[in-house]
Design a protein around this ligand. Structure first.
Ligand code: GAR
Length: 216
């Protein structure tokens, strides 16, 4: 069976990209990474793409007069490589509404909080300041509104006594690396159905296998 063609957009470290590359390296995984685009030439994730033998491209937002022109350049490359799904993985540029609308239902993002709590930046600080006892991460479809699309999979971790932002971020990150490939697999298997503002996952294991993490 043909594997789903995935493009990954990054801005930096690329550890979630690595999780996707590792998953795609397994023959039974139903998706392959065909292109990595970074808006920054110094993103370490580009090294990860190279090491995995995947094409990497820099599209520097500073080279474009405005957001629409940058978005158009990305759109052209995504179409050229035949991407069927776009994964934002630590991609730290806001995308314009036309781009988000054009890729609606075919573009997902990983966000380091249990949405709809703690949108935007500094999510671990927000969680500590709110005093929540459970925190985590979400994979969701991208819409024109920031961190607001239908949620596909979430992973939860406890907030422990003595946590600071770094410790909490590290605990969440290990779960990010599990749920992002899971979400891609569910989509590639045709098990995710968009229904208005909701994403429904069909066929048993999916959300629940990641929701309560027995490792913690
Ligand atoms: C990840 O924690 C991801 O959830 C977050 O940036 C980090 C990127 O790390 N994304 C956002 O905050 C998007 N709003 P990575 O480059 O190692 O994957």
């Amino acid at each position: 069976m043909a594997r789903l063609k995935v493009a990954v957009l990054i801005s930096g470290r690329g550890s979630n990209l690595q999780a996707l590359l590792d998953a795609a390296g397994r023959p039974e995984f139903p998706a392959e990474v065909v292109l990595v685009i970074s808006n920054s030439a110094s993103a370490y994730g580009l090294e990860r793409a190279r090491a995995a033998g995947v094409a990497g491209l820099v599209i520097d937002h500073r080279a474009f007069p405005d957001r629409a022109a940058f978005d158009q350049a990305m759109d052209a490359e995504l179409r050229r490589c035949g991407a069927e799904l776009v994964c934002l993985a630590g991609f730290m540029r806001l995308l314009g509404p036309a781009f988000a609308t054009a890729w609606r239902g075919r573009m997902i993002n990983i966000h380091p909080s249990l949405l709809p709590s703690f949108k935007g930046l500094h999510t671990h600080r927000q969680a500590l300041e709110a005093g929540v006892k459970l925190h985590g991460c979400s994979v969701h479809f991208v819409t024109p509104d920031l961190d607001d699309g239908p949620i596909i999979v979430q992973g939860a971790v406890p907030v422990l006594d003595g946590d600071d932002e770094d410790r909490l971020a590290a605990r969440v990150l290990t779960v990010e690396h599990r749920i992002y490939p899971l979400a891609v697999r569910l989509i590639a298997e045709g098990r995710v159905e968009l229904s208005g503002r909701l994403a429904r996952v069909h066929g048993g294991a999916g959300q629940t296998e990641s929701l309560l993490n027995p490792d913690f």
